[in-house]
Design a protein around this ligand. Structure first.
Ligand code: SF4
Length: 340
């Protein structure tokens, strides 16, 4: 296993399969118009699997398929089957907005996907129409039910919490998680690329979330975890477990083993990184396995990224990370391109 400058291992790969999305969440894709990655640059499943195979040789054992919205990629179950066949990958997960999940869940499960995380920011249909700005709330809930009905373990529900927008739904979401047998994770609103309307006063911090939940449920206990997971987990008095991802106010960069591969093969070592390594181009110019392995290993050994900690240090000088003009010039800077 290789380590970076801070001794962090290369273990966790987020694999984006498309930069397209069928929702327009205000914290991720607030604009009316987007520039997309050129179609001819998007890697085939075979190319993605070849890269994942090299990553696995270097120690990656967790792969999360992302998008923007991964279920928009045609025949995704075929890629899942290719990755699931690799026994070195002990955790193969998918993050989806859930809109297409009900129809695709059986094929994904049959292909060997280990578990699913559904992004769901509100339980209220009227709010959903205003937040992701599409009328597909019922389909997302149907997708969650499809996972539950199939008895598929490991369901997680991810909610980005924005003050004044959906911060009155924490308890409702915990109750919903119980009903569908999913673990809810609340995510602090982050100032990443794409979040062009972000401001600190819209962030409901982890401690604010815990206060709200403690007032409702009583004493909340932290659960000790392996330290590299993005969510800190907690237990309610009745045993219900939930998580908080506090990247904005209490970042966890020191234990971060995650990197991101975009659908066209740019590899980023941090969600906040502005430069990536072009593994897709290397593959397409005919670089062999050893050369790609060398590229990955040398980049990881040089890695000293800790973007969220550096953003925290800006304190009240903190503003949206990247301005709209720059995002339009380079879609790789968008969070939806690098899989959140
Ligand atoms: S900001 Fe970068 S280094 Fe920190 S946890 Fe996120 S991806 Fe990892």
């Amino acid at each position: 296993m290789i380590g970076d400058q801070l001794g962090r291992p290369l273990r966790n790969l987020r694999l984006s399969v498309t930069d397209r999305c069928n929702l327009r969440c205000s914290y991720c894709m607030p604009e009316e118009e987007y520039g997309w990655l050129p179609r001819e640059d998007i890697l085939s499943f075979e190319e993605m699997a070849r890269l994942v195979d090299v990553f696995a040789d270097l120690g990656v054992d967790k792969v999360r398929i992302t998008g923007a919205e991964p279920l928009l990629r045609k025949d995704l179950a075929r890629l899942v089957a290719m990755l699931a066949a690799d026994s070195r990958i002990r955790d193969l997960a998918l993050t989806t907005n859930g809109v297409l999940l009900a129809e695709q869940a059986p094929a994904l499960r049959a292909a060997g996907l280990h578990r699913v995380t559904v992004s769901l920011d509100t339980l209220r249909p009227d709010r959903f129409r205003a937040l992701p700005r599409r009328d597909t709330h019922a389909r997302v809930l149907e997708g969650v039910l499809a996972v539950r009905r199939a008895g598929w373990p490991g369901l997680k529900i991810d909610t980005v919490v924005i003050r004044g927008v959906n911060d009155d739904e924490l308890v409702d979401l915990i109750e919903y998680g119980r009903r569908v047998n999913g673990e809810v994770r609340f995510i602090e609103y982050m100032d990443v690329g794409g979040a062009t309307t972000w401001s600190m006063d819209q962030v409901l911090s982890r401690s604010d979330m815990l206060d709200v939940l403690e007032r409702h449920y009583g004493r909340i206990e932290p659960i000790a975890d392996d330290g590299s997971a993005p969510a800190d987990r907690f237990r309610l008095p009745d045993g219900t477990v939930f998580g908080i991802i506090s990247s904005t106010t209490q970042p966890f960069c020191r234990a971060c083993d995650r990197s991101r591969l975009t659908a066209d093969g740019l590899w980023y070592l941090c969600l906040y990184a502005t430069q990536g390594t072009d593994l897709g181009a290397a593959l397409r110019r005919g670089a062999g396995r050893e050369e790609i392995m060398g590229l990955i290993a040398s980049s990881w050994r040089r890695r000293n990224d800790r973007g969220a900690e550096q953003r925290l240090a800006l304190s009240d000088r903190r503003r949206p990370l990247i301005q709209i003009g720059e995002l339009k010039r380079d879609p790789h800077l968008e969070m939806h391109t690098r899989g959140g």
